[in-house]
Write a protein of this length. Sequence first.
Length: 94
Amino acid sequence: MLTLKTTNKVKRLDVSRNAISSEKKAFKAITTFLTQNNILDELNLTSCGLDQDDVAVIAKGLRGNMNLQTLILRDNHVGEGLGMIAKAFTQNKK
C-alpha cells in the first residue's frame, strides 16, 4: 500500500474483501492516493468493512479528483455517507 503514495499509473484499483477500515495505514494510503492520483478511473471497495465515518473520509479524498468515474461500495455500511460521496462527485464535475 505504501507504493500507492508514489505511483500515478494506476487506472483501476480493487481492494475488495479487505478489511481496510481496520487497517489504518492501508485506509490512509488509499484516501491519500485519491487526492493525489489524477488517472484513477475505478475504485472497488466492496466488502471492506466501511462505515459512514469511513465513507466521509473517502468523500474528502474525492474532492479534487476529477477522473474517478466508478466507485464501488457494495456490501458496506455506508449509511448517509453515500450522500457525501454523491456531493463530492457532483462538485468535481462542475
